[in-house]
Design a protein around this ligand. Structure first.
Ligand SMILES: [Cu+2]
Length: 477
């Protein structure tokens, strides 16, 4: 029986809760989080009722067999990777107990959902950590519809066994009432990289400057829990329409995916339907991004659905797609190298002028050889970025973001959905996301309506970037 920690449990170790990531919640913030926010929401979030939860997630160590002879020591939910599929109808009340069977405190974030800050699963917003051997009840209405996911939002820092370096992630699918469901089969694939290690990238290849700090490289990768060639194939029949729900659950690696001889008809990005569904040869996903794509199975054979990078397929990032009555070795063919462009899925609607525009500049502070890089937003690193933007309910805000670094940053805004309105010099509209990838030395503008009061974290989804200062808070008046 999961034990819900009460207010006393929550307050037992305020220092360990408040000091994470060097966080010192300001008096106002703490008042908001602990007073009105948590106070009012405490019963809801900590579960004073004795109702059975819809799901229980148990965090525990796992020896994950990616392939025969390839076992990684990790942490996971309910002994499986990804964790169990959580599926709700839009608006349905969801009650989820999370039990922490480890010696390390942790927290679960419901990525892409609109829910109160105290239930969101980000300690920076005031959601409580789950103590070692403790438990936490999360209760909220499941919305909006689409391919969402859940994952640890703990700090990893230099510890590559924690948070998104581990197997602590899973799909959270919210079905719309009007889902046309025009497909014959639904396949969920979460890409992940395993066996991380810190390296000096400049020692491995040309490019990074000599003062670059340590970065993470991985020795293996998988879709779901198996390396390419070691799980069962995806079995299809000629003429089928297969819906792929693709998630990049890697801590820091981008993926570009292809299925030779087939195209992906992208119908949703980050779970949100796009105005202009289009068929593409490849799908690019930065960490935390999702794509829903329909594939018409019209080229019988045995194929590899996998990373376009050979070195990624070699370490496991792929899965075999097998048509009925076909035999032979899985085939791979390099796809056309079309650059990924969010705008092709958008429309030409005129975007309303925002009520307020905020420029955000992202910069790297190189850590030097053997050190760790730091990241700044407008010159400051977390926690000095706790007042990035104060919003008024109902107003529209534009974040004009510039990436002044040679690294890639998937920027995620919690508890809100935003519209991509400009990529470089190109205006666009209609593409709704919760995570937007910024390529190196690029600029992107996103608009959101302040419609979900409470503190909301804006951060890079690279585990090492968010841990090293790349986060800030959007708050409400
Ligand atoms: Cu980043």
């Amino acid at each position: 029986m999961p034990r819900a920690s009460g207010p006393n449990g929550l307050n037992a170790e305020p220092s360990s809760w408040l000091d994470r990531r060097g966080l010192l919640i300001g008096a106002g913030m703490a008042g908001a989080a602990l007073g009105t926010g948590l106070g009012a929401g405490l019963n809801a979030v900590l579960g004073q009722s004795r109702n059975a939860p819809d799901h229980t997630l148990r965090i525990a160590p796992l020896k994950l067999q990616l392939a025969p002879g390839k076992i990684v020591d990790t942490f996971a939910y309910n002994g499986m990777v990804p964790g169990p599929l959580l599926r709700f109808r839009q608006g349905q009340p969801a009650t989820i107990d999370v039990v922490n069977d480890t010696g390390i405190e942790d927290i679960v974030h419901w990525h892409g959902l609109h829910l109160p800050a105290f239930a969101d699963g980000a300690m920076e917003e005031g959601s409580p950590m789950i103590a070692p051997s403790g438990a936490q009840r999360y209760s909220f209405a499941a919305k909006p519809s689409g391919t969402r996911w859940y994952h640890s939002h703990n700090v990893a820092g230099t510890d590559l066994t924690r948070s998104l370096y581990s197997g602590m992630y899973g799909f959270f699918v919210i079905d719309a009432a009007d889902d046309p469901g025009r497909y014959d089969q639904e396949i969920l694939l979460a890409a992940h990289h395993w066996e991380p290690r810190w390296v000096s990238m400049q020692d491995i290849r040309k490019g990074p400057p000599p003062d670059n700090g340590l970065e993470v490289l991985y020795a293996s990768a998988s879709f779901n829990d198996k390396m390419l060639g070691h799980g069962g194939p995806i079995r299809v029949r000629n003429g089928q329409r297969v819906l792929l729900r693709l998630l990049n659950a890697s801590a820091s690696e981008n993926v570009t995916l292809a299925l030779p001889g087939h195209q992906f008809r992208v119908v949703a990005l980050d779970g949100n339907r796009v105005p202009s569904p289009r068929a593409v040869d490849t799908i690019f996903l930065a960490p935390a991004e999702r794509a829903d794509a329909i594939v018409e199975m019209n080229r019988p054979g045995i194929w590899i659905l996998g990373s376009v990078k050979e070195e990624d397929r070699k370490i496991g990032l792929g899965v075999v797609v097998e048509y009925a009555h076909q035999r032979g070795e899985p085939q791979w063919m390099p796809p056309p190298g079309t650059p990924w462009d969010y705008a092709i899925f958008g429309d030409n609607r005129t975007v309303p002028e925002p009520d307020h525009r905020l420029e955000l500049l992202f910069e790297k502070v190189p850590g030097g050889r053997g050190g760790y890089n730091r990241w700044t937003i407008n010159g400051g690193s977390w926690p000095s970025t706790q007042q990035l933007l104060t919003t008024e309910t109902g107003k529209r805000y534009r974040l004009a973001m510039t990436n002044k670094s040679g690294d890639n940053h998937p920027v995620h805004l919690h508890r809100h959905t935003f519209e991509v309105t400009k990529i470089g010099d190109k205006r666009t509209s209609g593409v709704m996301k919760d995570t937007v990838n910024m390529t190196r030395f690029s600029s992107v503008e996103i608009d959101f309506v302040a419609d979900d009061p409470g503190p909301s974290l804006l951060h890079c989804h690279h585990q090492d970037h968010q841990d090293e200062g790349f986060m800030g808070l959007v708050t409400y008046l």
